[in-house]
Write a protein that binds this ligand. Sequence first.
Ligand SMILES: CC(C)(COP(=O)(O)OP(=O)(O)OC[C@H]1O[C@@H](n2cnc3c(N)ncnc32)[C@H](O)[C@@H]1OP(=O)(O)O)[C@@H](O)C(=O)NCCC(=O)NCCS
Length: 216
Amino acid sequence: MKKDLIIFGTANMTQQFLSEVDRFGAVNPVVLTVDRQYITADRMYDLPVVPYDELVDKYSPEQYDMLMVRGNGKPQVFQQLYERLHDGPYKLINYISPRAFTDSDLVMGDNNIVYAGADLGYGGVMGSCNVIRQQVYLGHEFNIGSFNTFRPGCKVGGMLRMGNHNEISLASAVRDGITIGDECVVGMGAVVVKNVDSYCTVMGVPAKVTSVKQHE
Ligand SMILES: CC(C)(COP(=O)(O)OP(=O)(O)OC[C@H]1O[C@@H](n2cnc3c(N)ncnc32)[C@H](O)[C@@H]1OP(=O)(O)O)[C@@H](O)C(=O)NCCC(=O)NCCS
């Protein structure tokens, strides 16, 4: 039987996730929630929207699990939200599409989303809140942190080492054995053949650093 699920988040990626579930899902989203001040409608995408502070009275944590779906806001804000929510009362699940390929030895934290057509190699380790989009290939023995996004169609060779808050864009390719730091962007179509230092954006073939983000 499909598990009843609460989705935290109402932004466009929630619609993307609901489309995945509509096609292939193994879960049953029943309600959307966000903090009260961000509510703009009482129904979205054919689901009720309930303020987070009212949720526990109506949806028992014994019966419902939760998945947080990130919008377009700052990743650090999403991380703060995750840190607030992950100690309960709801269990944060990992969603792995029935149409994704993963090995049984995959080690993952919580609140990761693996979409249809993704193919993850053996011996992989990931933290939490990563999003692996459609048709991503993520080669064997990867070890990645948290809050990373792999956009549709990117191909990554084995042994990737990667920190947190990175974006690997549409149809890029990353050679095997590469290390990527934190808060990097790999541009769409880039071919990464060297390690990428934290805060760098890289683009092109072969990929070159085009900007370095200011950070505290
Ligand atoms: C890397 C990226 C973030 C750069 O975006 P940006 O900073 O807004 O860049 P701009 O569009 O302003 O372009 C700046 C310059 O870089 C070039 N450029 C942009 N993206 C490029 C790319 N991926 N590869 C090569 N050159 C690129 C532009 O042609 C432009 O060149 P010009 O100054 O000579 O005209 C963006 O290209 C990207 O990859 N976005 C992610 C797309 C994606 O995966 N979407 C997910 C959809 S599901």
